[in-house]
Design a protein around this ligand. Structure first.
Ligand code: GDP
Length: 365
């Protein structure tokens, strides 16, 4: 499964956030095969469509889909110099598919800041610089390997060399690799380098309790948002301390508490949704009287592959999929009515599944 790693300087609220994640954690009974790694927190992906489908089908059981966050330990500063724990930090980041970078955006005299003052931009750059330096090393090693061949007009080496030069220049300007607009062919080559700064980033601005209702007035948040734009990254604003409280509440209590706080959706729920989209993930549904269930797939996957997410037999014996979009289903009121209206399609093995599709797979056993 794809996972987003949580990183940040000490004392920015990572543990508090990760605590909220594990507290809010997915109901273990639904996911018997979920990883039992203390550094991994499995959360349910909030999706209003699932509630609507439950209302329509009145199933015995409703099962949301899940998403994993990984708590990344290790020492940040000097990590790229490769000493002990720093090395581990980079190695752990290499293993995740996206980065949730927690940034301290709250003032609190009682909580020490590693550099002595709250300065989100400086914090962000401290970590980013380590990642850039690590990537720079990767790139320089490769340059040393292909330079000669490229000068001898070897086509492949030339293509690679051109990319490496672009990367090097970008790193010299202290920018991440993801800010470069590569064409498709170049992207394939770059993927092979496994660069840390190619990974999608979500900045998690951790604000104080008093700022929750007016998050955009927080001066630090504005700074993070401006930076994120240049950095080709996204931002979500949360208050980790409050998320910890919310995570302990029952669903009805949670709704009341959010209303009291003057917010529509909890920060953690927003964070889950954003990280999910950042990874290019989408959801299809299976729906019946027994069970309504959401499933995660990667955008671009075809119907048989999606069937395989449910069970490998479904993929092997795939014949067709009866498919209706969520909007068409809801607009018509029921599956049968959608069928009468010609909105239920029979799709074959080349169908690219769309976010929100309700899928009914037909297969040979
Ligand atoms: P970590 O070192 O990044 O894991 O940071 P922690 O989660 O341990 O948080 C460091 C301290 O900051 C703890 O005392 C937290 O209670 C506190 N903290 C975390 N989030 C907030 C917040 O939103 N507001 C305030 N006032 N304190 C917070």
């Amino acid at each position: 499964a794809l996972t987003a790693g949580i990183v940040g300087l000490p004392n920015v609220g990572k543990s508090t956030l990760f605590n909220a994640i594990t507290q809010a954690g997915a109901e273990a009974a639904n996911y018997p095969f979920a990883t039992i790694d203390p550094n991994v927190g499995v959360v349910e992906v909030p999706d209003a469509r699932l509630d609507k489908l439950t209302e329509m089908y009145q199933p015995k059981k409703t099962i949301p889909t899940t998403f994993e966050f990984t708590d990344i330990a290790g020492i940040v500063k000097g990590a790229s110099k490769g000493e002990g724990l720093g090395n581990k930090f980079l190695a752990n980041i290499r293993q995740v598919d996206a980065i949730c970078h927690v940034v301290r955006c709250f003032d609190d005299e009682n909580i020490t800041h590693v550099s002595g003052r709250v300065d989100p931009l400086d914090d962000i750059q401290t970590i980013n610089l380590e990642l850039i330096l690590a990537d720079m090393e990767t790139v320089e090693k490769r340059i040393a390997r292909v330079e000669k061949l490229a000068k001898q007009k070897n086509k492949e080496a030339q293509a690679e060399y051109e990319i490496l030069t672009m990367l090097k220049e970008t790193f010299e300007n202290e920018l991440p690799a993801r800010t470069i607009e590569f064409n498709e062919e170049q992207q394939k080559i770059v993927r092979g380098f496994q660069l840390l700064t190619m990974k999608p980033v979500l900045y998690v601005a951790n604000i104080g309790e008093d700022d929750v209702a007016n998050a955009n007035k927080n001066k630090y948040v504005q700074v993070v948002q401006d930076f994120a734009e240049k950095d080709h990254a996204e931002v979500v604003v949360i208050c980790a301390r409050i998320e910890e409280e919310i995570a302990e509440l029952e669903p009805e209590e949670k709704a009341a508490f959010l209303q009291e706080l003057g917010i529509q959706e909890s920060g953690l729920d927003q964070m889950i949704r954003k990280a999910y989209h950042l990874l290019g993930l989408a959801t299809f549904f299976t729906a019946g009287v027994q069970e309504v269930r959401a499933w995660t797939f990667k955008k671009g996957m075809k119907a048989p592959q999606c069937a395989g997410i449910i069970h490998s037999d479904f993929e092997r014996g795939f014949i067709r999929a009866e498919t209706v979009s969520y909007d068409d289903l809801v607009a018509n009121g029921s599956f049968n009515k959608a069928k009468e209206a010609g909105k239920v399609r029979l799709e074959g093995k080349d169908y690219i599944v769309q976010d929100g599709d309700i899928m009914h797979f037909r297969f040979n056993v």
